[in-house]
Design a protein around this ligand. Sequence first.
Ligand SMILES: [Zn+2]
Length: 598
Amino acid sequence: MSKQQVKNNLPAWDLSDLYKGIDDPNINKDLETYRKTTLSFAKKYKGKLGSLSPDEALKMFKVKEKLAILGGRLGGFAYLNMSTQMKNSEAMRFYQNISEKLTDYAKPMVFFSLEFNALPEAKIKEWLKDKKVAFYKPYIKRIRKYKKYELSEPVEEILLEKSITSSEAWVRLYEEISSRLEYHVDGKTYNDAEISKLTLDADPKVRHAAGAEINRVYKQNSPLFTLVYNMIIKDKAIEDEKRGFAKPVSARNLAEDVPDKVVDALAQTVKANYKNLAHRFYKLKAKWLGVKKISYWDRNAPLPFSSDIHYEWNDAVKTVLNGYYNFSPKLGKIAQDFFDHPWIDVPPRDGKRSGAYCSGPLATKHPYLFLNFVGKQNDVLTLAHELGHGCHHQLRTKNGELNETSRMTTEEVASVFGEMLVFQDMLKNLDDDKDKLCLIASKVGDMLNTAVRQIAFHFFETRAHEERKSGELSEERLADIWQEEMGESLGEYVEMGDDTRYIWSMVGHFFFLPFYVYAYSFADCLVNSLYQVKMEGNVENFADKYLKLLSQTAIGEYEDILRPFNLNPNNPDFWQKGLNLISSYIDELERLDKKLKL
Ligand SMILES: [Zn+2]
């Protein structure tokens, strides 16, 4: 077991597969190798890419691979090591130090993608004739897709240098201010994480006070956040225009490899389902909470009749593995590995970050799972989710370090699907109808937050970027758009009162990753469609085909990898199919509600 303390005998991870500790002598050795390799890479290849033979190109890709491994191992270790001990200043400093050095040492590599994209297509074709170079085709394609949008070298250089004082500076200002916000309720001071916990409290008074306070704090900061947002939108518009992107959303779509019209189809299909999904669900929720209309801050409230089911770690593991094995013994075996090795950090500890994640510093080696398990039903689903990411990673190790990338739209497939498998299993094992209703209601609430709410966000930012074209948007205008879009998606049973007008600026993605929010909905709907296909049972060997899909998510096109399931994301029916799954759960909730006479 690891050197870190083990609480309640719950497992902690052991990072020594990466380094033995922050004083491991290999760290400085690897940093030095990294520094020297980028220098020698630039010396050897800068200005010469066009003259490389396929054999020489192969050697160059191998060096890039080596750099990816060194950088991944160093940066990954520093991050993982820090996230379990955020109060340890040495661990924090170590992370900062490694990040800065890696950025600094990577500078000589800046020439690479520009020069690479200036290569004529014939040169790339010549290289790709060599089978060994062809292995890197997904990587090559990923760099080359920006070719059309690249500017001249001097312009690219100045954009890069000025980004520190333009777009990045605005994001930094937003992050610095928003991370320092303080909230006061009943004489007590709360930070972000603490106040959002209060919005999930069983007592409506506590939830509403917390919500109103969040809105007050964002209103107070609204002049600044409005200015920052206007600047970020304008900065992006200037660059988009120079690069030749058709719409504000287009640059993001290129990064995610999704055509503009597919995103439109997704957004419009979700909007057409607001009524059948969100409105119908919140009507039920209002009834269960005993009010005519719920407040915006009641959407995620626990149901008054929910019972707290507790899971021991071993039971959670058993439940999750059962779900995985029942679906596919092969997937079960891959999942099992995570419990046979010290790859999971399970319990919360003082100074440990909150939340959960799966992180694989190296694409070709096993990843680590980070949890804060306290035995709630939701913790079991979180384990199922992160384990899905873990298995997904393991299925892709053969693609190599360079070909792999995390594209949000497909990155969440295995995790959400894994969660679904375990959710269905848990549901089957419940006898009490009330427990069933609570479990489904909490799942539907989550699904709506992801599939529907993020699309309302998407419409908000689309309108903001469009309107910004004809001048700056005022605080009140942004608040109006927010209220309209959220109100439309949530429906008549959710009160969009004055305690929600200014909270649009809580959505950090609007600032640091414009147009990213739709990716959440995309991913969720994609998985739901896949899950529907599994339930219909018309695709032979579904499990094997599914595992194959997972192994190709970063190297294949959507259309190709979904074809074995007769799914096509260009078709609005594809999105409708995914949304129908949520709809069927709401049907079940209505049925249980009637039966239980709630
Ligand atoms: Zn995830």
